[in-house]
Unconditional design. Sequence first.
Length: 309
Amino acid sequence: MFVLTIAFLFILFILYKLMLIVPMREVHVIERLGKFRTVLEPGFHFLVPFVDRVAYRHDTREEVLDVPPQSCISKDNTQLEVDGLVYLKVMDGKLASYGIENYRRAAVNLAQTTMRSEIGKLTLSQTFSERDSLNESIVREIDKASDPWGIKVLRYEIKNITPSRHVIHTLEKQMEAERSKRAEITLANAEKAAMINMSQGERQEAINLSEGQKQRRINEALGTGQEISIVANAKAEGMEMICKALAINGGNDAMNMLLKEQFIGQVGKILTEAQVSVVPAEMAKLEGFFEGMEQVTHAVSSPSAKGAR
């Protein structure tokens, strides 16, 4: 019974060594008597017990490896601390097993050295503004060097670029100066725009005032012209009516009578309102005559008076 149990367990062990199931996400590297035999793809396979063995197992999915922070010097001699992530995938199980001892560690170290080399070609500002081109350059260089290892570098991403404390302090001062400069430029532009708007407003105001004065003068001139035209037309019509009236029998007498009445009315008005004595011409002659006679009489009477004394 014991022998049967041992035989059964031995048969099970042989069957375990005979059969191999490779998962979907892996490839297995098989060695026969210590020598590479084949790479088994996912599925069910048979092995020769005690002769064939699984030497390496590789995950065929994309792997993400963390690249530790390292010190780099930029083109303008600025010290930076940079870390990142490298994405790779096993493409050839045989080369990944025998092409290099540890492709993961090799990929990380290669990413670090390549990153230092690429950052040394850029200035500090370019390392921040040209991350995409920097990542592409690192991927291209790593993929070229890792081709004999049976892996494919898919992407490289820089996580952090950290300047030294002194550089950060200098950058903060520079940013503050830039903000002050932009603020002063903005204020200057605002003052310039305000002055331009004010001058344009004053100019437009002067134009509007001059246009208004011009229009007022035009309107006054038009009104004066219309007034003169109306008065002239009225006078012309009046003269025409007077001429027609004079042509009628008795018109001259009526005109003389009207003029005399107006003369008498005007003389009376002047006599009433004037501050000096105003008399008609004929009456003025009579008044002058009497004044002359009074002076003569006074002159004659004066010597006789002296003789009598």
